[in-house]
Structure formats: structure tokens, C-alpha cells
Design a protein around this ligand. Sequence first.
Ligand SMILES: [Zn+2]
Length: 254
Amino acid sequence: MIDTHCHINDPVYISNPEKYVLEAKEAGVTKMLVVGYDLNSSRAAVEIANRFPDVYAAIGIHPSEIKKAGHNDLKEIEKLIKDKKVIAIGEIGLDFYWDKDEDVKREQATYFKLQIELANKHKLPIVIHCREASEAALELMQKHKPHHGGIMHCYAGSLEMVKDYAKLGLLFGFGGVVTFKNAIRAKDVIKNIDKNLYVLETDAPYLAPTPHRGELNHSKFLPLIVDEIANLRGISPEEVILEADNNFKRVFKL
Ligand SMILES: [Zn+2]
């Protein structure tokens, strides 16, 4: 069972990643992708990934972090790509929930484009953060295509838009949200999405699944997400794990 999106590089875990990884393994999590959101967290992701055989790193600058980043940070990110545990560029994308200002939105688009180009240059998939920007992110990626696929992390878009994103070679990440009673759309999407298009994620420390909602999230809670997806798709948890893990391994070449 692969957790395709977690933040062991977050300050709440960084003092003891050993404990985190051990607890996740005990819960049946076989691999983890630690995702960076700025230069420091990307460096931390690489450092942690190098300490554990089944932990990998994604590096990049999150749209809400670009205000404090500079173009020099992108150069530093590019230097980190050489590391053998770096398997993706992310999380990158657009977030219009926190930023409504047009100049900031344009700057987010610039960083998104530059980081897609970086991924293409180094033949890597991308991990996309997209919040209240479904149309804009789709249009941008149709113009600046990711060449090696990726994941729409914590997918909150419609089932209709799945088709358009899938044409770009993208997978769709589902996490704790699918266990929330009121998450009608996410439940509907994971129930109906093609078996070749979804992957599992926790996004720890955020979005802990029911019955831990509101607590600190952890990769060890991934089985709760698997159970709910199995329930919604009408298949066994083992089948969910097989389908989702195969999708991740195919696109991320693991
Ligand atoms: Zn994240």
C-alpha cells in the first residue's frame, strides 16, 4: 500500500521520521513519497528519502509558497534533481483559494510553467496541487504539457474533468476526504473513476480520515482510506491496493 503524498518533511514530524516510517510500515504501508513545498522542505524530503529504502522524494515550490521564494530557489531545486531518490517535481500548481489577487495568480502560473518545464527536461512526472483553479490548471497544462504524467493530488474536481486531465497522462490522488460524510463529489468520483487512474495518499499531516478527522494525520491511517474506497467501488481492499499501486508504479517507474 503506497502513500503517494505525505509530508514527513513537515516540522511536526521532522525530529523523528524513524518513528513515523516504522509506524507506517507496521500498518502495511510499503512505500511513501515525501513531497516538498518550498526549497527547505524539498531538501528535507531528499534527506529523509535517503535514510529509508522505500521512501522517495518529490521536490518543488507550492503555489502558496512562491511569494517567499525566488527564481534562485528554482535553480537550487534543479540541483537536487540529481539525487537518485528524487522521482518527481511537486507539489506545484495553482491555488486560488488563498490567493485571489490577479498579479499573484499570474506569478503562480509562471512558477507552475517553469516547474513543468523542469520536469520535462529531467524526464520526471509532476505532483499537482490545484485548489479552486480546475479550469486554469487544465488550460495551462494543455498549453504546457507535462511529458511524463503525474498526479492531481487530493483531487477535488468533477468526474467530467477527469477525462481532460487523463488525456495529459495524469492520475488522481484520493485521501482522507473520501471518508468525510459531506464529501459527496469526491465519493462519487472515486466510485466511478477508471481503475487505471487513481492512487492513494494521506497528505499527512493534513486531512486525517474519519474517525481521526481534525487530528494530526499520519501514513499509518492509509488503511482507513483504502477501506472506504473499497466500500465505494464495491471491491475488496486488496483489489484497491493492487489497482492503485500499479498505477503509481507505472507512471513513476518504480
Ligand atoms: Zn501536500
